[in-house]
Design a protein around this ligand. Structure first.
Ligand code: SF4
Ligand code: SF4
Length: 220
């Protein structure tokens, strides 16, 4: 496969032509915030709106997950326009999440902590009015806990369960602020067609899906 040469944050990088910009950056040690991306997902969801970068020649910041690398491309992941968009999207997400890291099993593994640190924003940001969802936590699986209040609606668990595994125990329901990940008919996960593989737990970037046995940890 033909390789191309591009520049990311002033660093010369070589990558296969047509490769996804988000993965090229991450594979070369350049962090770009992201929540909804999965490597084996053929089409990027581009739903979390966090992976904004600036590309020379483009007027507006673009999402790295929808860009492919080209010869001579010049990318700035720290441009003010890109950072402003990523910060706003993150702070909006945080405005509907109960941020209590000290008591969360995902403390230290949570992608939100990493994103906030990278963007220089506080997890307990007050920029937007806090509106919590107050949803019941599902303890019914023998292996894991699902707390929809900590869900960022990235869709990773839904895609993994439905597309990668062909099971489809999880899906999205409702719209707008009410939107949530749930089972068919809202039944407890332990009574659904879930097969307890826990691949959704591994895929979840937050504390929404966590193992009951804290000995098992996530490795994002
Ligand atoms: S444990 Fe496996 S089968 Fe159950 S919801 Fe998660 S991915 Fe689907
Ligand atoms: S439960 Fe986790 S993986 Fe699933 S949509 Fe919510 S945050 Fe994403």
């Amino acid at each position: 496969m033909k390789t191309v040469s591009l520049t990311i944050d002033g660093r010369k990088i070589r990558a296969p032509e047509g490769e996804n910009l988000l993965w090229v950056a991450l594979d070369n040690g350049v962090y770009i915030p992201n929540l909804c991306a999965l490597r084996d997902k053929p089409e990027p969801a581009a739903s979390c709106r966090l992976c904004f970068v600036e590309v020379a020649g483009k007027k507006q910041p673009v999402t790295a997950c929808t860009e492919t690398v080209e010869q001579g491309m010049v990318v700035n992941t720290r441009g003010p326009g890109a950072l402003r968009l990523a910060r706003t999207a993150t702070e909006l997400l945080l405005s509907s999440l109960p941020v209590d890291c000290a008591h969360c099993p995902s403390h230290g593994f949570c992608e939100l902590q990493k994103i906030a640190a990278h963007l220089g924003i506080k997890l307990k940001t007050k920029r937007f009015r806090k509106i919590l969802r107050g949803l019941p936590v599902d303890y019914s699986s023998p292996l894991f806990i699902y707390d929809p209040n900590k869900c960022v609606l990235c869709g990773r668990c839904v895609w993994v369960c439905r597309e990668r595994l062909g099971i489809g125990a999880l899906g999205f329901a409702r719209r707008g602020f009410e939107r949530l990940v749930t089972t068919f008919g809202g039944e407890p996960i332990g009574e659904s067609k879930c097969r307890d593989c826990a691949d959704c737990v591994i895929a979840c970037p937050t504390g929404a899906l966590v193992f009951k046995d804290k000995q098992e940890s996530k490795s994002l």
